[in-house]
Design a protein. Structure first.
Length: 291
């Protein structure tokens, strides 16, 4: 037991930056899990990746105006994400192209514009920090932002759970019975954007979506109900965050990629051995385990 404590718990007890990083990742895991599950159920998993890139120009503008000012960069990222979401919606309704093609076009332009803006004032270190994050540099201000976003997200799900779920599964039916159906879609977009903005400080704009999507798709192999998938996704995200932080601590590798690769490893294991729809369940079924 003492060896387990020394290896797993003591780093978070002895070092404040490790405990802050873990707390930040726990907050992000709790708020990102339900959004990732909804994105997966809506068959819009790549939208999360596109929106993560879309916030970069706004983050870059905030960085140019105020340096490493978290409020300015967060406000800029949120504004840019909403603008890109609106532009994609307008382009989809006004042209022959479908949403996935417009998302690809706009997120590529947004990513390029963000890198260009950062390069005008910052240096390579600034660019790497914004693109890939710095989990171990999470401070009190970032924790307050993550806590606020997590609270807002969980409250929104508690209050508008039925509408968000109905809009994900059958938006046509929801529009037929509810005049404000479009507001649920707008709320969902806002939740995605604010969570990506909260994540960029820790994981960067390129990897923020990883903690949102990888646990969600892994959870699909273990349970079939929405509530079960949210709980499982959050648990997987927490495990991946803890494992990634410990891997980074012991072998001195970048923390953000270590967390995302840990989540990816859990996804691979779920795909191989999960209860529902996995390779094991399809080709080596044990009926008593799948009931």
């Amino acid at each position: 037991m003492s060896a387990l404590y020394t290896a797993v718990i003591q780093p978070f007890v002895d070092y404040g930056f490790m405990s802050k990083a873990l707390l930040g990742c726990l907050l992000l895991s709790l708020s990102s899990a339900p959004l990732g599950v909804l994105l997966m159920l809506r068959q819009m998993s790549l939208m999360g990746d596109a929106m993560a890139h879309a916030v970069l120009p706004g983050v870059a503008v905030g960085f140019i105006l105020g340096g490493a000012s978290l409020p300015l960069m967060s406000l800029g990222g949120f504004t840019a994400g909403i603008i890109i979401a609106v532009l994609v919606g307008l382009a989809t309704r006004s042209t022959i192209l479908k949403e996935d093609a417009n998302l690809a076009a706009f997120y590529l332009m947004a990513l390029s514009l963000g890198v260009l803006l950062i390069s005008l004032k910052g240096n390579t270190v600034d660019l790497m920090h914004l693109l890939f994050g710095s989990v171990l540099a999470v401070d009190t201000a970032a924790l307050l932002l993550m806590g606020g976003v997590s609270t807002f997200t969980l409250l929104a799900f508690a209050l508008f759970y039925r509408g968000l779920l109905a809009e994900a599964f059958d938006p046509v039916f929801l529009r037929s019975v509810c005049k404000g159906a479009g507001l649920f879609h707008l709320l969902f977009l806002i939740l995605v954007v604010v969570n990506l903005v909260a994540s960029f400080q820790a994981l960067g704009t390129l990897m923020a979506v990883g903690l949102m999507m990888l646990p969600a798709v892994a959870a699909r192999f273990w349970t079939q109900g929405f509530a079960g998938m949210v709980f499982t996704a959050a648990s997987i995200a927490i495990c991946a965050s803890t494992a990634g932080l410990l891997i980074s601590y012991y072998i001195n590798v970048p923390t953000g990629p270590a967390i995302i690769l840990s989540a990816g490893s859990l996804y691979i294991l779920s795909m191989l051995f999960g209860r529902f729809g996995s390779i094991r369940a399809r080709y080596f079924p044990f009926k008593h385990l799948n009931q």
